[in-house]
Design a protein around this ligand. Structure first.
Ligand SMILES: Nc1ncnc2c1ncn2[C@@H]1O[C@H](COP(=O)(O)OP(=O)(O)OP(=O)(O)O)[C@@H](O)[C@H]1O
Ligand SMILES: [Mg+2]
Length: 284
């Protein structure tokens, strides 16, 4: 990203402010703050590695003895089932429509963590209706107390659905690659989350780095633009914290093609070790 001006951000990001409170009660009473266990893994640009990070970070945390659940929050374009090679009859769809109990939709994943899958092709869920809001919040509130970490693998961008899902989480983990398009979109996401959800602390994973240390320089570039164009418009500055960087590694694609978790199938590879290092730095 150059310093020539603020990256373009879609004006008036819809739906996020007070989304949780509005969904919590028809009367609009304030809801409790999201549980500190809940983290939204999100990104500006699509395809930058959110699902890779969510699932492998979950496996690394599980290996460290934590109870972890990953929820496929990309409801309209869900693909956690494909990545993990799990084909359950009961998904969030059955839970949302009252056909199955929540407990029956929670499955053990190969990496030692639990998953709640949305099922592929549930296009009707790509629109954020009040019903979907309520169902999603109810499910997350119900599962959160049973886990040390709940990771919401969200869609990309700043749609209503993505912003609402992120609003249900206490922590935000933005995934970006060093590509200028990804950085510009990460900036847009951080700006909208700061302005509409009062976010002042963003965790960052820089995926697909080409050299060691590139994550630090990406963080510094993003922080510089945020300091210049976003923080002055707010009462308190936004801090971007680098959780870690992951190198570009052909093993990641290989694991996806095998439909297995990288940490399980190719554990000694550079990307695998980078995720394990990130898990060690993850806040308790
Ligand atoms: N560190 C890496 N090295 C090499 N390839 C990678 C790496 N991370 C991700 N990829 C490739 O990028 C693809 C997309 O990753 P992933 O599905 O995790 O992205 P995503 O952000 O979840 O996408 P979406 O926005 O569609 O949900 C992977 O299938 C893999 O082929
Ligand atoms: Mg994904």
């Amino acid at each position: 990203m150059t310093d020539s001006g603020p990256p373009v951000v879609a004006p008036g990001a819809p739906g996020a402010p007070g989304a949780r409170a509005a969904a919590a009660s028809p009367a609009g009473a304030a809801a409790a703050a999201p549980s500190r266990r809940i983290t939204a893994v999100t990104s500006g640009k699509g395809g930058v590695g959110k699902t890779f990070v969510s699932t492998n970070l979950a496996a690394a945390l599980a290996r460290a003895g934590r109870r972890v659940l990953v929820l496929d929050a990309d409801l309209g374009l869900a693909n956690l089932d494909v990545v993990l090679n799990l084909w359950p009859k009961i998904t969030l769809h059955e839970v949302f429509t009252g056909k199955a109990a929540l407990a029956d939709a929670i499955l053990p994943a190969p990496g030692g963590f639990s998953v709640l899958l949305a099922g592929s092709g549930m296009v009707e869920y790509s629109r954020m209706t009040p019903e979907v809001r309520l169902q999603l919040q109810r499910v997350i509130d119900e599962v959160a107390p049973r886990y040390d970490h709940v990771l919401l693998d969200t869609g990309a961008g700043i749609s209503d659905l993505v912003l609402y899902t992120v609003s249900l989480a206490a922590h935000v983990l933005v995934t970006a690659t060093p590509e200028p398009t990804s950085l510009t979109d990460a900036y847009a996401t951080i700006k909208v989350l700061a302005a509409t959800q009062g976010r002042r602390h963003i965790h960052l994973v820089v995926n697909q780095v080409r050299r060691p240390g590139e994550g630090r320089s990406v963080r510094a570039q993003l922080q510089q633009v945020v300091d210049r164009y976003v923080s002055p418009t707010l009462e308190a500055p936004v801090r971007i914290e680098l959780l870690g960087e992951v190198p570009t590694d052909p093993a990641v694609r290989e694991a996806v093609l095998r439909r297995q978790l990288l940490l399980e199938t190719l554990p000694g590879t550079a990307a695998s070790l980078a995720v394990v290092a990130m898990a060690a730095r993850w806040p308790q």
